[in-house]
Design a binder for this molecule. Structure first.
Ligand code: NAP
Length: 478
């Protein structure tokens, strides 16, 4: 079994308490690693290291900092299979998808390295004849990155890459469910020559270690990817120091299926979107609104496609479409939501229970629910599992209204060939992203940002980079 250590100030070390926690493979239900149970003392050590590194790191030319991102991409590519296996093992992600995540993470480091000679300040017109006004973009300071368990490696890069590039030391805490791939990465990058304290990886509970990091007056930016509830706790915890937060939170993505859509393409995209990583993806199809004139035909095809979804061992060859949920709590949550939906009148067309036919693991079957209505919990709250509730609507206007009637605002999609419906959806859907005739999955050069309770700020591309920079305006009179 692997035993990991934290990486603080360029050194590997146990938690100050010497305590550890178990990391469980959700498919086998066996312990696969022990990770350090860091706490308040570890937070203080990491903050001290980042603080010592801050000024010198910020002063380095950006192109020199970018070299480290290129090295990170290289070490990931050189170890891509080991990293994918570690990821698949700690979270029951099917191996091909784990490999996609590892490879996309290398791309991510390369992408941000490419920004090194590109981001700029501004020259602003002055009202005075002998004055120049210059707007600088400067590093925001120490970044505290808090990661979820669903894409632990990619989300790690989403926080580490822009921090390193912009000259901000970072302390990153993986989820206690999935620290392994991050700690394997720490071992790989320990030899690339990064100055001490610039990149620190700590592990431990969110309410202990995480809370201590978030509350620190030393932090310049807290970037969380996680649930709405954790986002709310972080907003409260950062209130005293008015620390900037960038919050990527939950979603409840609506899919609008119009009567003129390409049915084959739509069914394929909706099913893929719902079952990828066992439904545990923030931006994927969580509820479907179907125009009544094609409802029966669409449901016949969707039932067939959902029933054909294979689940099982994440390492099987050929790989199944999905595997276990991340842990028992997640499986029980999904089970309770489906039970409630049934009581409220939903009809189970496919699945509707645990995948008990597997030798082990926290499986919930791919599930299709018909007769759903807007007031049901399963249509209003994030499921984060392979369950698709479908609502029949009288027409396009009703679909738009119901899609917007939601506390979350991360992603949305529409399937149609009608340009008017397409353009109205883009103009009227109140979400950070809208996908037209395709699966829900963002690009690294886009901007992944949610409306309403789905978050504040965002990640990726130019706008994601700006989260790590603060402006400084100089008025120079001569
Ligand atoms: P979570 O329970 O909110 O945990 C996320 C992270 O926050 C974990 O590292 C957790 O630590 C830490 N944490 C918990 N309480 C904290 C506190 N008081 N202070 C500081 N840190 C704290 O979320 P999750 O279950 O891992 O992830 C699933 C959620 O993430 C879903 O809602 C999903 O939609 C969302 N998500 C959003 C995006 C996006 O881009 N918008 C992407 C991926 C996932 P421990 O768990 O180790 O205690």
């Amino acid at each position: 079994m692997k035993v990991y250590q934290q990486y603080i100030n360029g050194e590997f070390r146990d938690a100050a308490s010497r305590e550890q926690f178990e990391v469980v493979n959700p498919f086998t239900e066996k312990v696969v690693a022990m990770a350090p149970k860091g706490g308040v003392e570890d937070a203080a050590l990491a903050l001290e290291a980042a603080s010592s590194a801050r000024k010198a790191w910020a002063a380095k030319p950006c192109a020199e900092r970018a070299v480290f991102l290129k090295k990170m991409a290289e070490v990931i590519r050189g170890n891509r299979e080991m990293l994918a296996r570690t990821l698949a093992e700690e979270q029951a992600k099917v191996l091909p998808l784990a490999q996609v995540e590892i490879d996309a993470t290398a791309e991510y480091f390369d992408y941000y390295a490419g920004w090194s000679r590109k981001y700029e300040g501004e020259v602003i017109q002055s009202d005075r004849p002998t004055e120049n006004i210059l707007l600088y973009r400067q590093p925001i300071g120490i970044v505290v990155g808090i990661c979820p368990w669903n894409f632990p490696f990619f989300v790690m890069a989403r926080k580490v890459a822009p921090s390193i590039l912009t000259g901000c030391p970072i302390i990153l805490k993986p989820s206690s469910d999935t620290p392994n791939t991050t700690f394997e990465f720490a071992k790989l990058i320990a030899g690339i020559g990064l100055p001490k304290g610039v990149l620190n990886f700590v592990s431990g509970g969110g309410s202990t270690l995480g809370d201590a990091l978030v509350k620190s007056p030393e932090a310049g930016l807290i970037t969380l990817t996680g649930s709405v509830e954790t986002g709310q706790r972080i907003i409260a915890a950062t209130a005293e120091n008015i620390t900037k937060t960038s919050l990527e939170l939950g979603g409840k993505a609506p899919v609008i299926v119009c009567d003129d859509c390409d049915l084959d393409l739509t069914v394929k995209a909706v099913v893929a979107s719902r079952v990828i990583f066992s439904g545990q993806v923030c931006n994927c199809a969580e509820r479907v609104y179907v125009e009544e004139s094609i409802y029966d035909e669409f449901m016949t095809r969707l039932t067939k496609a959902m029933a054909a979804v294979a689940y099982g061992d994440p390492f099987a060859d050929p790989a199944p479409d999905m595997s276990s949920q991340i842990n028992e709590a997640q499986m029980l949550k999904i089970e309770a939501m489906v039970k409630k939906a049934k009581v409220e009148g939903a009809e189970v067309l496919v699945g509707g229970g645990r995948g008990d036919d597997q030798p082990s693991g926290f499986f919930y079957k791919p599930t299709l629910l018909a007769n759903c209505t807007q007031d049901m919990e399963i249509v209003r709250k994030e499921i984060f599992g392979p369950v698709l509730p479908v609502v029949k609507v009288s027409g396009f206007d009703e679909a738009l209204n119901l899609a917007n009637d939601c506390e979350y605002g991360l992603t949305s999609s529409i399937f149609t060939k009608n340009v008017t419906k397409m353009m109205r959806a883009i103009n009227e859907l109140e979400f950070g992203e809208t996908y037209v005739n395709r699966e829900h999955f963002e690009a690294i050069q886009g901007f992944h940002a949610g409306w309403r309770k789905s978050g504040i700020g965002g990640a990726d591309g130019k706008h994601g980079l700006y989260e790590y920079l603060q402006t400084h305006v100089a008025y120079i009179q001569y």
